[in-house]
Write a protein that binds this ligand. Structure first.
Ligand SMILES: [Cu+2]
Ligand SMILES: [Zn+2]
Length: 183
């Protein structure tokens, strides 16, 4: 056995618990080791109070997105997208450009057949103006490459996304902005 194979095997055995059989370890255990993670720290744009934190974690081709956003208009829906540039410097969110759309698709619902990679499920604020986020998606990835959302912008909009107006969903001004960062 080469030293590299030995190292890999012992690392897998540690990941899988001390009792793991070597055969099981070599097969990758019951579940694959955790993949890349990222986070986004949403800051309000000028004149707004929307803040939040999102965590992204990938396992295989499935990305779980979770977190909480506050300071939203209560009892309302808010468009929520990954935008093409990781640049919040303009203060109004416009420096993030349009929706992240590496596939050249039309804008649409996250679960529709045609949508931008950056079209995320809309936020639903409760009576306190807080939206809890927890969804899983195979449509986004943290693995580096042209489809990766890491390094892109994340935008919360003031208004609902109508899923129809091209290419924006007519979701109104950008009330919070973040750059999605590897974590
Ligand atoms: Cu947007
Ligand atoms: Zn879109």
């Amino acid at each position: 056995m080469t030293p590299i194979a030995q190292t890999t095997r012992s690392r897998l055995a540690r990941l899988c618990g001390s009792g793991a059989l070597v055969a099981l370890a070599l097969a990758g255990c019951a579940s694959a080791p955790p993949g890349p993670k990222a986070m986004a720290d949403l800051q309000p744009t000028r004149g707004n109070n929307v803040t939040g934190r999102l965590n992204f974690s990938q396992n295989g081709d499935l990305v779980r997105v979770s977190g909480q956003i506050s300071g939203l208009k209560p009892n309302a829906e808010h468009g929520f997208h990954v935008h093409e540039k990781g640049d919040c410097s303009s203060g109004d969110g416009m420096s993030t450009g349009g929706h992240f759309n590496p596939g050249g698709s039309a804008h649409g619902r996250h679960d529709a057949s045609a949508h931008h990679v950056g079209d995320l499920p809309s936020l639903k604020a409760d009576a306190q103006g807080v939206a809890k986020v927890d969804f899983e998606s195979r449509g986004i990835t943290l693995v580096s490459g042209p489809q990766s959302i890491v390094g892109k912008g994340l935008i919360v909009h003031r208004d609902p996304d109508d899923y129809t107006t091209q290419p924006t969903g007519n979701a109104g001004p950008r009330v919070a902005c973040a750059v999605i960062q590897a974590s």
